[in-house]
Design a protein around this ligand. Structure first.
Ligand SMILES: [Zn+2]
Length: 356
């Protein structure tokens, strides 16, 4: 079923000239002799959350799920089975999230061993950080929330393994299989690391049934970086080349981690020389916020130019007025910056009731 759907989407994409045919990592689909038996309450909990039994591998203190997601056993009792509709759409991504909005990553081991994997990891950090309107920042730093290491796993059909968030903390590890390093270009490694680091902040597989469907995303998304090995069968795994997030990926990130959003309120119609207060109203993002403003005034025969941005610090109020004949409109913009550097800008138009 997955392959049929995938085939249709591939055809469409090729017709559009968007992407070359690529196949990846069949980890999610492969049978494993380590599949745990029925009756283990932790396994049953995972199954209740939409993970197929054959996609669960017991690894001692953790489960390996759908080929590349590490879930600590100690975290499973606290994971809630999510509401599901029998016969309804496949639920895609999970809303397991991390509490902090800055995720620090340790690349020392990868830096020491493989410059290309290190470059790909840095690109992946920037990919998630730079989603417009998103509210999470991946940075290098200490103490690390996520540590990237390499391991040898010849023949295990796994390119890399991310980890599921644990008690509000990001998944603590990403492990990269050095046995397959020679199989990948930099662009493919960037896709892989973007995918794994998506797991570490709580994004599940778009094409699997673990997790809830995030509002505004589709039940099938051939361009999603969070599609699993079931959409990219093969061993050794072959990855897509990174070519950007799908719209659904970006919607999912913004829904899980919304960046700041600002709007302006105040009088829309003023008299000449009237100094009226305007308030920037911010939602989401991470407090405290700082505020900047700028204005541009125009009239029937002049369009004016923007002032420089001026700061009101932590105050979200400024005053504006129109004081000259020949002007009848004041354009006001507010720019809010949150505690982790994410910005949002709002515009507001003020009209003069008695122009001269
Ligand atoms: Zn995955």
């Amino acid at each position: 079923m997955v392959r049929d759907r995938r085939g249709g989407r591939m055809a469409a994409r090729l017709l559009a000239g968007v992407a070359a045919l690529v196949l990846l990592a069949g980890c999610g689909d492969r049978e494993s002799p380590a599949t745990p038996p029925a009756g283990d309450p932790l396994v049953e909990r995972l199954v209740a959350m939409g993970i197929k039994r054959e996609h669960i591998v017991d690894r001692g203190d953790h489960f390996l799920v759908q080929g590349d997601i590490r879930i600590n056993k100690r975290d499973v009792p606290g994971m809630k089975p999510l509401p599901r509709t029998p016969g309804g759409p496949t639920y895609q991504r999970s809303n397991g999230t991390v509490t902090g909005r800055i995720v620090r990553v340790n690349l020392a081991a990868v830096d020491a061993e493989d410059a290309n994997w290190a470059s790909a990891t840095r690109a992946a950090l920037n990919n998630w950080t730079n989603i417009a309107g998103g509210g999470i920042t991946y940075v290098e730093g200490a103490p690390a929330d996520v540590t990237i290491t390499m391991y040898s796993g010849p023949g295990d059909c796994t390119a890399a393994v991310g980890a599921w968030p644990s008690a509000g903390a990001p998944g603590a590890t990403v492990v990269i299989n050095r046995s397959y390093s020679g199989s990948y270009t930099l662009a493919q490694r960037t896709w892989i690391m973007t995918h794994e680091l998506g797991h570490n902040i709580g994004l599940a597989h778009t094409d699997q049934s673990f997790g809830t469907l995030i509002p505004g995303t589709n039940t099938s998304d051939g361009g999603s970086v969070m599609n699993s090995g079931a959409s990219y069968p093969g061993c050794p795994p072959v990855a897509p080349s990174w070519s950007g997030f799908s719209a659904g990926d970006q919607t999912a990130l913004r829904w899980l981690y919304p960046g700041p959003s600002v709007s302006i309120s105040g009088k829309q119609y003023v008299a000449k020389h009237e100094s009226a207060p305007y308030t920037a109203n911010t939602s989401n993002g991470v407090a405290p916020y700082t505020y900047e403003w700028r204005t541009r005034q125009s009239g029937p025969s002049t369009s004016g130019s923007w002032s420089s941005w001026f700061s009101t610090g932590s105050s979200n109020v400024t005053y504006a007025s129109i004081n000259s004949c020949g002007l009848n409109t004041n354009y006001l913009e507010a720019r809010v910056t949150d505690a982790i550097g994410k910005q949002s800008t709002a515009s507001y138009t003020i009209y003069l009731t008695n122009p001269c």
